[in-house]
Design a protein around this ligand. Structure first.
Ligand code: NAD
Length: 496
């Protein structure tokens, strides 16, 4: 019998009463790792009520005390780093090195959450009108909700709940049902970090559970990360129910290759950023735009890419892991087949096999050249180890092409020219820009800033701006009178 994964409600790991259990499979073997419960309505109500109750005292807890819990938590995450990465690799399929990066990126956010207090400070302006002073506080919101995707099962939940909780809120996490075990480990360690046991609740499930949560009257703010269609749905439904929503969605990230770039570094970066993690990164480069004579490097790119093969998470030989599910594999293979009619297929990974793992969701390295922007493979987020090459004559043409794409998550340029880099940085309509850096993921003291259809909402959060998302700003306009004073003279604020 496979392990039945628990829900985490009101400070306890509890077995769900649901009749709806779904198997979580190791993507390299189809071994059943556990069964994940799709929580019942009563369980969701209980979790929300517990989070609401916890909020009433947590909001009164001094920020330094909240920080101390985050300090302990980041320490526990570091001590248990490899164990979390192992759970993550088994259920997600990514290589151990990649999984460790996933955990580490999350730890950096917890470090930031531990230092959030200075960012919670309000603002003051003296003399907004004659002898009148104004100031603002940041105050916590209430119960916040996070809905997360399968591809970063540690980092993305850690983008959300530590920030929200450090800002004085309580949190319900609904992790991906495809790799939910990592979330339970994160919750277990959070419980160990001390603090009230019901600050965080973990509700497992899918669409029904999400629907119930995003419409729940007690939920004040929703953070979502996932695909475009679901991201739009969550944004529309959440805002319809008058909630604060930030919704990070899909991507199609381009790298511009200028002829003056360092050829070896460009090719190495293209290989790693396109097929690393089996292309299942929202910041993966999926389109290389070769400007002018740089197109002559496509043959070298092909040779380097051909040498990278998928394999199981615990083998040092594996360049990347399997894709998450047989359904994801099927979708990718269909697109590769379609691409063969639309462009030149230089490497075809559709019939990939890995010795000793006949049931794995393997998709091999795939490379297309002469891709057109009206083709299906260009218009769709493939989310697999597939790189498309497009050739253009000038940087202007490359910028125009990228700006015409509906997504705007990440992009990069490889060049030796400061002038080209500056022009690109200034004119490109994408949230995160790399200059000779293939995957420009910012550290948590910046914000993660997807544009266009990669982000819905107006608060680009997880770093510094997260404070603005997870707090209410209250503006106070103040005037004080002496007891016997009738005029507005001698207004003072006694700060002693
Ligand atoms: P997904 O949209 O299928 O699922 C994300 C979450 O939404 C899961 O928790 C899932 O249970 C829930 N969900 C799924 N269908 C739903 C529905 N119909 N109604 C309500 N909830 C639903 O995404 P995924 O396949 O897990 O993740 C991959 C996607 O996430 C890719 O498109 C990738 O680009 C995107 N992503 C974006 C970012 C970013 O920062 N922009 C980061 C990581 C991943």
């Amino acid at each position: 019998m496979a392990e039945k994964l628990s829900l985490f409600i009101d400070g306890d790991f509890v077995k769900s009463d649901t009749k709806n259990w779904v198997e979580v499979l190791n993507p390299a073997t189809q071994e059943v790792l556990c069964e994940v419960p799709f929580a019942t309505e009563e369980e969701i109500e209980k979790a929300v009520a517990s989070a609401k109750q916890a909020f009433l005292s947590w909001r009164e807890t001094p920020p330094p005390e909240r920080s101390r819990i985050m300090m302990k938590y980041q320490d526990l995450l570091k001590v248990n780093h490899d164990e979390i990465a192992k759970i993550l690799s088994r259920e997600n399929g990514k290589t151990f090195e990649d999984a460790k990066g996933d955990v580490w990126r999350g730890i950096e956010v917890v470090e930031q959450a531990a230092n959030i207090t200075p960012l919670l400070m309000g603002e003051t302006v003296e003399n907004v009108a004659k002898e009148i002073d104004s100031y603002s506080y940041t105050q916590s919101l209430g119960v916040c909700l996070g809905i997360t995707p399968f591809n970063f099962p540690a980092m993305i939940p850690l983008w959300m709940f530590p920030m929200a909780i450090a800002c004085g809120n309580t949190f319900i996490l609904k992790p991906s049902e495809q790799d939910p075990m990592t979330a339970n480990k994160l919750a277990e360690l959070f419980l160990e970090a001390g603090g009230p046991s019901n600050l965080l609740q973990v509700i497992h499930g899918g669409k029904d559970q999400v629907d119930k949560l995003i419409k729940h009257p007690e939920i004040r703010a929703i953070s979502f990360v996932g695909s475009v269609a679901v991201g739009q749905y969550i944004y529309r439904t959440g805002t319809d129910h008058l909630k604060r929503v930030q919704s990070f969605a899909g991507a199609k990230n381009h790298m511009v290759v200028m002829p003056d770039a360092n050829k070896n570094k460009t090719i190495d970066s293209l290989v790693g950023s396109s097929i690393g993690a089996a292309g299942q990164r929202c910041m993966a480069i999926s389109v290389a735009v070769f400007v002018g004579s740089s197109k002559e490097w496509i043959e070298d790119l092909k040779n380097e890419m051909q040498a990278v093969n998928p394999g199981p998470w615990d083998s040092k030989e594996s360049g990347f892991g399997p894709v998450i599910s047989p359904q994801a594999k099927e979708k990718i293979i269909k697109l590769i087949e379609r691409g063969k009619d639309e462009a030149d297929c230089l490497i075809d990974g559709s019939a990939c096999e890995v010795e000793g793992y006949p049931k794995g969701n393997w998709v091999g390295t795939t490379l297309f050249a002469n891709v057109k922007t009206d083709s299906e493979i260009y218009k769709t987020e493939i989310f697999g180890p597939v790189l498309l090459c497009i050739e253009v004559d000038s940087l202007e043409e490359a910028i125009k092409l990228i700006n015409a794409n509906p997504f705007g998550n990440g992009t990069s340029i490889f060049t030796a020219s400061g002038r080209s880099a500056r022009k690109f940085r200034h004119e490109i309509e994408v949230g995160q820009v790399g200059i000779n850096v293939p995957i420009p993921v910012p550290l948590p003291f910046f914000s993660f800033t997807g544009w266009k259809q990669s982000f819905y909402g107006d608060l680009h959060a997880y770093g510094k701006q997260a404070v603005r998302f997870y707090t209410e700003t209250k503006t106070v306009t103040e005037r004080w009178f002496e007891e016997d004073e009738e005029s507005t003279k001698n207004l003072t604020i006694n700060l002693e």
